[in-house]
Write a protein that binds this ligand. Structure first.
Ligand code: WT7
Length: 652
């Protein structure tokens, strides 16, 4: 562990939104003393309300908390229209294509495009308030435009990451009962076209009667199948629409979007976010955590298919009136200097990425940063998984030149925005540590009963008071919402939100996240439920049983490791063929992001006499750790040694 503490750069601290730890503590104390007063005054100040709210927080139906009831707003108005008076010619979105093409949309142009698209959704496809629209899109401006167009007319979008398979897309379309799917023919990656529309065609081939139309953006111009009466050309239709569109007044608690994410069991959950609370915190964290200034250019490398893309490419930056970069390509094409070249060209001030990308760029392009002028950078962000000290150090020194704050932002799809993070002008940073909860966020490391865990001991990472941008429910399954998040930990006898992560507090109260405590794994910062991968693998006719666990991986953080028991032993001879078949099923059921890094065939899984698989043992074997669990209660204790030797022989 690095022991150093990195003080905020005084040059930036003097102009930062929160300038010192004293200011931080003052804000935090204010929140603790008068929680509703704290949030109410920010909500009043930051949101351009159509109608002011009556109450700040309604806890009467906990854990279905309601924020800013009585208020009306429109998130697209908050992100675009309200800026037109002062920023109409400021760049809102700068798009850089995979091939280096550039396109700039000012706030005025963005308003124009969003309004035409919103009118098209309304007039051509009959989309109205509350309808669900699935977006299966590449990283092009039309993705952001479609999200905002939905917001403008009160439709609920559900963006599905373009790496998900047809099956995964179909499940999400059906669960949300979407009326419209917006997609593109495809886009470009590493200099080559890739396709999305065929995946939509396949998804819609069965069970999606809810979908009335598919609206297709032309991006790469490749040939696609066209279903008359169902498929419509975005680029053609949008031309006929007016660029004036009234923003539909939305209640504070009206859902803004759904975003499906993996849980420890079962199918992905449709995390439902609200309008007012979500946009408030998206905007505030942009200002606090990234220390955004009027002339800054901000770049988050995520994909809009994940929550990071929602909050920190589209909604947060635009609500804050920033210039946000949207990048279609990958950080390693044409070489591992691509990001640094873009930082130089656009004079990026805030750069936000995942530890997996930092490790990859370090490994494949250690000397690339030296070739570019990175002096515009002020804040560097990381998100998605714990960052290791070596990656932290490289990021700090080689990218940040030893002068930038690194904000290690801890949060989740469910939290809507950052929960724990350094503040660039205030927090003395310990490397690879998320540090302190943001002002107003009551995040605590506790045991099941709500007692703080002693210094240096692992506990549950909980958020013990509701916060404005929190998940409101799981779409269509309120019981699962309560069970998933409010079933494990209590404080003062009342259920509190448990993140699923473990964490530790040190003697200075710094919080370090230690990772998931459940069966969720984190592959390259992408969240994957082991149950989902197992369900896919079980579809192979020769598979009798399977257990999937995460395995430490030098670049991805975690890789996917599968223990498989086959039905007939004689098939072992065809292992390579089987592995191929199994991976093909995973690709079809979920997508390439869920492919297994390792598959081992074992004679049986370690099961208790009641048939429960002892996953902890399987995790220990993969990590090459000593098995400390009691194996005497297993149905067949000798299986542990057998599995160990199979895994060891694979390692050689
Ligand atoms: C899980 C949430 C939040 C956007 C990207 C992922 C892990 C996230 C950190 C961090 C350690 C982190 C947690 C969390 N995680 N950020 N800074 N340090 N772990 O969103 O897909 O909902 O995943 O990512 O395990 O629970 P997500």
């Amino acid at each position: 562990m690095l022991q150093e503490i990195y003080q905020p750069n005084p040059q930036y601290a003097s102009t930062a939104a929160i300038k010192s730890m004293d200011e931080y503590h003052a804000l935090m104390n204010k929140a603790k003393e008068d929680y509703e007063g704290f949030w109410g005054s920010y909500a009043k100040e930051k949101i351009d309300w159509f109608k002011p709210f009556d109450t700040v927080l309604n806890e009467s139906e906990a854990p279905f908390y309601k924020w800013f009831e009585g208020g009306q707003l429109n998130v697209a108005h908050q992100c675009i229209d309200r800026h037109l008076a002062t920023r109409k010619n400021k760049a809102a979105i700068i798009f850089e294509g995979d091939n280096g093409d550039q396109k700039i949309l000012t706030y005025r142009e963005l308003a124009y495009e969003v309004n035409r698209t919103a009118n098209m959704f309304k007039n051509q496809f009959g989309i109205t308030k509350g309808d669900r629209v699935v977006l299966y899109m590449p990283m092009i401006p039309e993705a952001a435009i479609s999200m905002l167009a939905c917001a403008k007319i009160g439709a609920i979008h559900s963006v599905v990451f373009g790496g998900f398979s047809a099956e995964a897309l179909r499940d999400r379309i059906i669960d949300a009962q979407a009326k419209l799917v917006v997609t593109a023919d495809g886009a470009y990656r590493k200099g080559n076209p890739y396709m999305l529309k065929p995946v939509v065609d396949e998804a819609l081939s069965s069970g999606c009667e809810c979908v009335k139309a598919v609206c297709v953006v032309e991006r790469n111009g490749e040939e696609i199948h066209w279903e008359a009466g169902r498929d419509y050309a975005y680029n053609e239709l949008v031309k006929n629409e007016s660029s004036k569109c009234e923003a539909v007044p939305m209640e504070s608690e009206d859902p803004l979007f759904l975003l499906y994410t993996s849980g420890s069991t079962g199918k992905p959950k449709g995390v439902q976010h609200s309008s007012a609370g979500y946009i408030l915190w998206a905007q505030m964290t942009m200002e606090w955590v990234f220390d955004l200034k009027e002339n800054d250019t901000y770049w988050c490398t995520a994909d809009v298919g994940w929550i990071t893309g929602h909050t920190y490419i589209v909604y947060g930056p635009l609500a804050a009136g920033a210039t946000t970069i949207m990048f279609e390509g990958v950080p390693t094409f044409p070489d591992a200097g691509r990001c640094w070249k873009m930082v130089e060209e656009y004079q990026i001030n805030q750069f936000y990425t995942a530890p997996t990308a930092i490790r990859l760029l370090h490994k494949t392009g250690e000397h690339e940063p030296k070739k570019y002028d990175l002096s515009s950078l002020r804040v560097l962000g990381t998100v998605g998984e714990p960052i290791d000290p070596a990656a932290w150090k490289w990021y700090y020194e080689e990218i940040g030149g030893g002068k930038c704050a690194i904000v290690d932002t801890y949060w989740q799809t469910e939290t809507g925005g950052h929960m724990i993070s350094p503040l660039p002008g205030a927090t003395p940073i310990k490397p690879a540590c998320a540090t302190f909860p943001l002002p107003g966020i009551i995040a605590e490391v506790i045991d099941e009963e709500g007692h703080p865990t002693p210094v240096g001991e692992k506990g549950f990472m909980c958020i013990t008071r509701p916060w404005p941008s929190m998940i409101r429910t799981i779409w269509g399954d309120p019981e699962r919402f309560v069970k998933s998040y409010f079933g494990d930990c209590k404080k003062d006898g009342k259920p509190v939100y448990f993140t699923g992560d473990g964490a530790m507090v040190d003697e200075d109260n710094y919080i370090t996240i230690t990772g998931r405590t459940d069966d969720v794994i984190n592959v390259s910062g992408h969240r994957m439920g082991t149950a989902e991968v197992e369900a896919a693998i079980k579809k192979h006719p020769n598979v009798a049983a399977v257990a999937v666990v995460g395995k430490p991986h030098p670049i991805k953080g975690e890789g996917i490791f599968a223990y498989i028991v086959l039905k007939a032993e004689d098939t072992l001879a065809e292992e390579i063929e089987l592995i191929k078949e199994i991976n093909n099923i995973i690709k079809k059921e979920i997508g390439a992001i869920a492919l297994c890094d390792d598959i081992v065939f074992v004679p049986d899984l370690p099961k208790t006499r009641s048939g429960k698989i002892m996953r902890r043992i399987l995790r220990s074997i993969v990590k090459n750790e000593e098995i400390t669990q009691d194996t005497s209660t297993l149905e067949d204790p000798s299986i542990v040694g057998k599995i160990e030797s199979i895994v060891k022989s694979c390692r050689l």
